[in-house]
Design a protein around this ligand. Structure first.
Ligand SMILES: *Cc1c(COP(=O)(O)O)cnc(C)c1O
Length: 431
């Protein structure tokens, strides 16, 4: 049986429980949106104040050396590396996910142009995150490639001799469905295609092993499960076997072999450092370090393996409780049940309506937010993809009692019909 007492008991015996104290969670809030914007580490305000008043205010330009500003991309990259199965000095934190995708996809196309010029397709998943598709669309247009979009189950069969690059997001942002990175990479390589992985919903959420999967390129996001703060820098990894082969197209001075030689011509730095472009947002970078410190603390308690076990226990419990306690109200499950097939979020559907105005999914999310249970809504296409209520479970700071309470609020919203009130059916600019 699952009761609230059982959930409290599980929190009391949870070996990761102490990690929650590293984060600031507003009273009365059950935060199930860490897959979109992670919560604030308690260390962040003091760190920001120190960067601004001491490092900027007092140390001024000396801080590039004295406070280690210039090496932040590498230092943070080395903190991210163990979370994604990358080696030391193979990752840099920099720019945004969109920009890093532009860089690595450009290089993948340059490699294909040289090694396999007959291949003219970039393949991706139709329900990939839009910015990934937009960046690919723009690059395909500029470079004479065609973007081919398929459903996940069609990927293997569609990997023809025309595919130059397979570009996928490891964990789908809508459904939470997860690809088998090693198997998909091997299948693509067997057909002669390069693989770019977007780890936006994987880094810090599920164990990733880019090295053993023999992946070609990877990028990911700093402000989701890594808790780096709004607009935090993203990260980029290139398999060392490719890293020195081509220039990335944003060949700025931070990626130069000797940035302070101020030479007229560009000479790319060795390895991943050439994927830097220009001066980084130092305040944001510093805050990302506070987020990554949470994973350093988790390392002593079993790291990503322990976090993954807890994440699966939380999501299993959430699914089970929704099915037990919210039965008969038209809720459905859009996330695969099987552990190997999903990340750290659970997406639900509701039978009523479609779209931001008039959809049960939208209104239920709004009603839950008004009660302090923060998830979000993602519209479907009205055909294959239904509207989704999306709930991320960050094992660093979500507990089992939170899961119980989140389901209890959902049950009350459904039973009372509260979600049908007009104020929960109004569209906002950011959803
Ligand atoms: C969140 C997310 C992004 C975000 O890109 P930005 O450049 O930070 O806006 C990109 N791709 C995927 C798959 C994401 O989930």
């Amino acid at each position: 049986m699952n009761t609230i007492q059982d959930c409290r008991q599980r929190d009391n015996t949870d070996p990761l429980r102490s990690l929650r104290n590293l984060f600031s969670i507003p009273p009365g809030v059950i935060y199930l949106d860490g897959n979109s914007l992670g919560v604030m580490p308690k260390a962040a305000p003091a760190r920001a104040a120190d960067v601004i008043t001491q490092e900027w205010g007092t140390d001024l330009i000396r801080a590039w050396n004295s406070a280690g500003w210039f090496n932040l991309p590498q230092r943070l990259g080395n903190m991210i590396a163990p979370l994604i199965g990358a080696g030391p000095d193979e990752v840099v934190a920099t720019d945004t996910t969109s920009i890093n995708l532009f860089k690595v996809l450009s290089v993948a196309l340059s490699m294909a142009d040289r090694d396999a010029p007959k291949r003219r397709l970039v393949m991706s998943e139709r329900s990939n995150f839009p910015t990934d598709l937009y960046i690919a669309e723009g690059l395909c247009q500029a470079r004479g490639y065609t973007l081919q979009l398929v459903e996940p189950e069609e990927i293997a069969a569609a990997l023809s001799a025309d595919v130059a690059v397979l570009m996928l997001t490891h964990v789908n942002y809508r459904t939470g469905a997860m690809h088998d990175m090693a198997a998909v990479t091997a299948a693509a390589h067997a057909r002669g295609a390069l693989v770019v992985w977007d780890l936006a919903h994987s880094a810090g959420a599920v164990p990733v092993d880019l090295t053993s999967a023999r992946a070609d390129f990877a990028i990911g996001c700093g402000y989701k499960y890594l808790n780096g703060g709004p607009g935090a820098p993203a990260f980029v990894w290139v398999n060392p076997r490719h890293a020195d082969r081509f220039w990335q197209p944003l060949s700025g001075w931070w990626g130069h072999a000797g940035p302070f030689e101020f030479t007229t011509d560009y000479k790319p730095a060795a390895g991943i450092n050439r994927y830097l472009c220009g001066t980084q947002p130092i305040v944001s970078m510093s805050l990302l370090e506070c987020g990554l410190d949470g994973f350093k603390a988790a390392q002593a308690l079993g790291g990503m393996t322990a976090l993954r076990s807890k994440s699966l226990a939380l999501t299993d419990l959430y699914i089970e409780l929704v099915e037990q306690r919210c039965a008969g109200y038209g809720m459905g499950l859009a996330t695969p049940r099987e552990h190997t097939l999903r990340g750290s979020q659970v997406s639900l559907t509701h039978e009523h309506g479609h779209g931001r105005e008039g959809s049960g999914a939208f209104a239920i999310v709004q009603a839950l937010i008004s009660r302090g249970v923060i998830g979000d809504f993602r519209a479907g296409d009205g055909l294959r993809h239904k509207d989704i209520l999306r709930f991320g479970f960050t094992p660093l700071y979500i507990g089992f009692e939170d899961v119980w309470n989140a389901v209890e609020h959902l049950r009350q919203v459904l039973e009372s019909g509260e979600w049908q009130q007009p104020q929960f059916n109004q569209k906002h600019q950011v959803t």
